[in-house]
Write a protein that binds this ligand. Structure first.
Ligand SMILES: Nc1ncnc2c1ncn2[C@@H]1O[C@H](COP(=O)(O)OP(=O)(O)O)[C@@H](O)[C@H]1O
Ligand SMILES: [Mg+2]
Length: 292
């Protein structure tokens, strides 16, 4: 399975990404843990720090293009329409994957998108441009069924609406029982529905306030995690039995789904068709201010 962990800032995305990674590791599965947030919390939670040098995936553009045998005249937006895109591979690793992963623990490989530096403040490219190669890499990454890819995301809807997760099996929204956190879930779901990306919920820091089921259908809730000091210290051995039982429930639910992995690249193709149609439409109109 290839899962993007999304949700409101502070809801617990990096903690849940860590917890799932550790759980799959404890089941002797291999995990590719992709830290796609600029603050690199998942990497840190897994014991990585900046003194351990790994090339950041946001700098992978040259390698990406070389592997694809494309020159820079080909834009990312045009890639989904091409028939000659090459698949990447995790275990065995293609050269790009091999270069950008670091074996942080037995069974866990870490990939880090990287931080934001001041060059972006003065650069001529939008910050999203640094994420383009990852956006294309995700749907093109092949792996064995038993291996897991977990992607820890930037907070909120920004990366979701950028289309970063068109190429995953499912998005897991980490939700707290607050109106704002549930609001972010609704926004993410609206975008996901547009592309039929399955969306599930992990309730985190669960206090049993009782309002949750009014806002989120119980069928999509994979499990609920209470307050746990082990999720502050990132020490798997100190997690409470309740947390361990919750993560087991969550993973058993995930195990029971059978996603069609060909949809990952297909969604990009659908996006491209819609994008081209919109572009043609927009050429017929005069520029209008953004209003809705
Ligand atoms: N279930 C939990 N119990 C106690 N603390 C938690 C729990 N989940 C997350 N935290 C803490 O909440 C803070 C925010 O969590 P984090 O995973 O970094 O959120 P996000 O990645 O969504 O911004 C961190 O300090 C983390 O240790
Ligand atoms: Mg985080």
């Amino acid at each position: 399975m290839k899962l993007a962990i999304v949700g409101k800032g502070g809801s617990g995305k990096s903690s849940v990404s860590w917890l799932l990674t550790k759980y799959f590791q404890s089941r002797n599965q291999n995990v590719l843990a992709i830290d796609a947030d600029y603050n690199m919390d998942l990497g840190h939670n897994l014991g990585w720090n900046e003194s351990i040098e790994i090339p950041y995936f946001s700098h992978s553009e040259v390698d990406f293009y070389q592997y694809q045998e494309l020159d820079q005249s080909v834009y990312y937006v045009d890639m989904p329409a091409r028939e000659d895109m090459k698949y990447f591979s995790y275990r065995p690793n293609d050269p790009v994957t091999e270069k950008y992963i670091y074996p942080i623990e037995k069974g866990v490989d870490l990939m880090v998108a990287g931080p934001v530096h001041t060059d972006r403040l003065y650069g001529h490219r939008c910050t999203h441009a640094y994420m383009s190669s990852l956006k294309m890499y995700l749907p093109l990454l092949k792996k064995r069924k038993e291996d897991i890819v977990i992607i820890d995301s930037v907070a909120g809807t920004d990366m979701v609406s950028y289309g970063m997760y068109l190429g995953v099996d499912a998005m897991v929204v980490v939700v707290e029982e607050t109106p704002n956190s549930m609001g972010v879930y609704r926004q993410i779901k609206e975008i996901a529905d547009e592309f039929m990306i399955p969306v599930y919920v992990v309730v985190n820091k669960y206090y049993q306030l009782g309002k949750l089921e009014h806002h989120i259908s119980p069928d999509v809730i994979l499990g609920k995690i209470g307050i746990d000091m082990g999720l502050i210290q990132y020490d798997y051995t100190t997690l409470t039995p309740e947390t361990l039982s919750s993560v087991e429930t969550i993973v058993h639910r995930l195990d029971s789904y059978n996603w069609d992995e060909s949809l990952q690249w297909k969604r990009h193709k659908i996006w491209k068709e819609r994008y081209d149609t919109q572009l043609e439409e927009s050429k017929k109109e005069e520029y209008t201010f953004v209003n809705e």
